[in-house]
Design a protein around this ligand. Structure first.
Ligand code: NDP
Length: 352
């Protein structure tokens, strides 16, 4: 049960990311020194928002150049850190080569970061940003889970490098993390497993997260004729950041944590936007029939294969978030608020 010394620096890998942005903000506002590991510390567009937050807070930020695929490249950034947040991992469903673009950075990157933790005497705890994708692959899996609900006990056994490769990258990376953690006893591993993350970004114009692609399509007319009733869990990015803080600093935090505020669907996300934006934006009003999605899906999005449609459309998602509420004290805001804040930000930034 490590007690983290807040005068020591904290490492955040992938600090430029959507989820990491809010975590870095909380750390800086708490007065901590954040060692931000990023691929390109000279890319002003990717890091300026973090500098601005640091300038407005009592904390300090320092940037380090690190790449998941370069062995040893987190050494300098991790030096003197008792707490390591490993958030970096590519999140995209439209890739040409899933092995090179998703699986290798996720798995080899996790190994790279955690082996560095083994070599860095100061490290007491690693918090890994995994995903609900490490818990289930397709919605059909939810119904095979005990009592038809996902819990921290469940593991994704259905994804492969060709079927749901992003999910496969996440489950493989998390398994690797538990394996490496189990081979030593100096640091402990705490895992956060968010479902689909929604809510505003700290750096909306530069965000690469898949979260934004979907919401853009809900507003730009791409999906105006309808959206599949494809079950999905949703959580606000601010709750995800809060949970990371608790997972880092609560000595008794342990194991995996499902972070999911709402059992919803793509159709449900559109419904949440309609009352505020439906009169001004071509937000889908109806659910597409499964048969139509099955027929047209592969032409619209490469990830929407017929197998994916069969196992996910018109199939509900259901996850148990009790542990996150009871152990980490997470309070989930309404889905409408997350969607409204995110959509409004995209309008304000000229992205819609
Ligand atoms: P982003 O794309 O915003 O963030 C991904 C981060 O990973 C970026 O900082 C990116 O750096 C970094 N990264 C990617 N490849 C490499 C690499 N080869 N070397 C170093 N850094 C790299 O996505 P999110 O914020 O959404 O994702 C953050 C984490 O949260 C991921 O682990 C993701 O799997 C997880 N997650 C996200 C969910 C969501 O719905 N958004 C749901 C559940 C989990 P750069 O800026 O240089 O590209």
């Amino acid at each position: 049960m490590p007690m983290i010394d807040k005068t020591k620096p904290v490492l955040v890998t992938g600090a430029t990311g959507y989820v990491a942005g809010w975590l870095v903000k909380l750390l800086l506002e708490d007065g901590l020194t954040v060692n931000a590991a990023v691929r390109d510390p000279n890319n002003q567009k990717k890091i300026q928002h973090l500098v601005d937050i640091a300038n407005a807070s009592s904390g300090t930020i320092r940037f380090f150049k690190s790449d998941l695929l370069e062995d040893g490249s987190y050494a300098e950034a991790m030096e003197g850190c008792e707490l390591v947040y490993h958030t970096a991992s590519p999140f995209s469903t439209s890739v040409e080569d899933p092995v090179k673009q998703l699986i290798e950075p996720a798995v080899n990157g996790t190994r790279n970061v955690l082996e560095q933790a083994n070599r860095t005497e100061a490290v007491k705890r690693v918090v890994l940003t995994s995903s609900c994708a490490a818990i289930y692959g397709d919605n059909a899996d939810v119904h095979r889970a005990p009592n038809g609900i996902l819990t921290e006990e469940v593991w994704n056994t259905s994804s492969t490098s060709t079927h749901q490769p992003y999910s496969y990258s996440k489950v493989s990376a998390e398994k690797e993390a538990w394996k490496i953690a189990g081979e030593q006893s100096r640091w402990d591993l705490v895992v956060i497993n968010p479902s689909f993350v929604m809510g505003p970004s700290m750096n909306p114009k530069q965000t690469t997260s898949e979260s934004f692609q979907l919401v853009k399509q809900l507003g730009d007319g791409t999906l105006k004729s309808g959206v599949p009733r494809m079950g999905i869990g949703v959580v606000d990015v601010r709750e995800v950041a809060f949970a990371h803080m608790k997972a880092g600093f609560l000595p008794e935090a342990e194991g995996r944590h499902i972070l999911s505020g709402h059992n919803s669907s793509f159709y449900g996300l559109a419904q949440a936007l309609l009352p505020t934006f439906g009169d001004r934006y071509p937000i889908p009003k109806r659910a597409l029939p499964k048969s139509l999605v099955w027929l047209l899906g592969p032409m619209i999005n490469k990830a929407l294969t017929r197998k994916t449609v069969s196992l996910n459309v018109d199939v509900a998602f259901k996850a148990d978030n009790t542990k996150s509420r009871e152990k980490l004290g997470v309070e989930y805001r309404p889905l409408e608020e997350s969607m409204r804040d995110m959509f409004q930000q995209m309008i304000d930034e000229g992205l819609l």
